[in-house]
Design a protein around this ligand. Structure first.
Ligand SMILES: *Cc1c(COP(=O)(O)O)cnc(C)c1O
Length: 469
């Protein structure tokens, strides 16, 4: 892999090619597309076998280094990774537990905010800081959250001199744990805004800020939402890490899916040489992806509220990255397809594309009752408490598994204590927060409640973003 130099191209083919550092800072491509590498770095099976002996941060260095393409020097990258993954509260960073016959749970929730978003965010913060300092720039990160992303982004960016972060959440519509994980962070560069409206209102305010070009340039707006390439890159690591713990031969993964970021990272690992048999995609009642993998048609529906709220999504933004490959990396076709989707709320792919998707991806969806049943079953059989998102993935794995001899690794995306009501309803046991978070409900909150009004919110942000500028 020595000398491997990688560039990033937009799925829609009309934005400039960029190197890693600019892709990191830009998030979305200027043509509305998503950045993807112009080719995947590939590891030999011997290299992958040798990953077995590496601790998480060292393995992360091997996997991430080719993506960075020389824009960050090796020592600095290795030091950032070492520091990021010592902030996880499990000796292995991502421990594995056996929950059934050749069935494993990969625990990705031992980071500061108890959801798998930390796995990538904890390295995204330092990467941003490093690249900004090298370029002598500062940024204003603005984001909208319905819960898990906001706290993970705030923990990743807190106390970083080159970043000012503003997180919008819908007032009164996130759980107490989720809100307090954001509002009790005491850091001068962290700003919480509770918008009197819904998550979509928050999202629209953020979009309106990005669409206001003078404002965007003046504040140097940037995003760390799940379309940021660096998050995908960082998530490919744990697929290698988990597979390396198994005996040689293929493995399968079950992934509870919303924005398609997590499972796309798994697909990336496969493109990089990992021997994967199946990716099983679990959906809650928002089953747009399941229907796509059955029929080849993606058709928008209404968003339903469920007990796995981080997957209450209709538009899976990262799916565009897979679609690009399914369409033979033809940016013109991709662009036409996305235009059809925007105008009519649906699109279809041809049989060839559908068959290649079906060779690898298997979807299944479950309502809240089935989700609770799975939480109960796993608890009774293994003694493990799992959160509702994880349960959706496990249920899908059990429904779609095609070969019991292939290890099935289910990704545990949140700590059960993040969703205590659902877990208690299913098992009778109320999962407790880890000790380190015991003070969460005593700490002082910092948050300003604001009308759902562009002028008010953008003035507030403009005023405070000046600190670093
Ligand atoms: C974000 C999230 C998901 C969905 O992940 P995607 O990358 O959006 O598919 C699943 N579970 C939990 C707990 C999450 O926070």
């Amino acid at each position: 892999m020595e000398g491997f130099s990688l560039k990033y191209i937009s799925t829609r083919g009309q934005a400039p090619e960029l190197a890693f550092d600019d892709v990191l800072l830009s998030g979305l491509a200027r043509d509305g597309g998503l950045y993807v590498p112009d080719g995947w770095p590939v590891f030999s099976s011997d290299e992958i076998a040798a990953f077995r002996d590496l601790p998480y941060a060292k393995l992360a260095f091997r996997v991430i280094r080719p993506f960075v393409g020389g824009t960050i020097d090796d020592d600095a990258l290795a030091a950032m990774l070492d520091a990021a993954y010592t902030r996880f509260y499990a000796p292995d960073v991502a421990p594995m537990t056996k929950i059934g016959d050749n069935e494993y749970l990969l625990e990705l929730f031992h980071g500061p905010t108890l959801a798998f978003k930390d796995m990538a965010m904890q390295i995204l913060g330092p990467l941003f800081d490093h690249v900004l300092k090298a370029k002598n720039q500062t940024v204003t990160i603005v984001g909208a959250t319905s819960g898990d992303t906001g706290s993970a982004a705030i923990e990743a960016c807190r106390d970083r001199g080159a970043i000012e972060i503003f997180m919008l959440h819908p007032h009164g519509r996130v759980s107490d744990v989720q809100r307090r994980q954001m509002t009790t962070v005491q850091a001068p560069n962290v700003h919480n805004i509770a918008v009197e409206g819904t998550f979509d209102d928050c999202q629209n305010l953020v979009k309106a800020m990005f669409n206001d070009e003078p404002l965007r340039d003046r504040l140097a707006l940037s995003a760390v939402n799940s379309i940021n390439w660096a998050r995908i890159m960082a998530q490919t690591v744990y697929y290698f890490f988990a597979a390396a713990k198994m005996d040689a031969g293929p493995v399968s993964f079950a992934v509870p899916t919303g924005n398609f970021g997590n499972v796309f990272a798994g697909y990336g690992a496969k493109c990089m040489g990992l021997d994967v048999d199946q990716f099983v995609i679990g959906s809650n009642s928002n089953d747009i992806l399941t229907r796509f993998f059955e029929s080849g048609t993606m058709a928008l529906g209404d968003v339903h509220a469920t007990i796995s709220p981080s997957m209450d999504i209709q538009i899976s933004s990262n799916f565009e990255r897979l679609l690009f490959d399914l369409l033979g990396r033809d940016a013109d076709r991709l662009r036409a397809t996305m235009e059809t989707f925007r105008d009519s709320g649906q699109f279809s792919v041809d049989n060839k594309a559908l068959e290649s998707a079906q060779a690898l991806f298997y979807g299944a969806c479950f309502d809240d009752e089935a989700t609770r049943r799975t939480i109960a079953e796993v608890y009774q059989a293994s003694g493990e408490l799992i959160d509702p998102h994880t349960a959706v993935g496990i249920a899908a794995a059990r429904a779609q598994r095609r070969d019991a001899k292939t290890p099935m690794i289910a990704l545990a995306t949140a700590h059960p204590a993040k969703f205590p009501d659902a877990v208690e309803a299913a098992t009778g046991v109320r999962p407790g927060l880890p000790n380190r978070m015991a003070g969460l409900f005593e700490r002082e909150e910092n948050c300003d409640v604001m009308a759902n009004d562009f002028g008010t919110v953008s003035a507030y942000i403009s005023e405070r973003a000046g600190r670093t500028a």
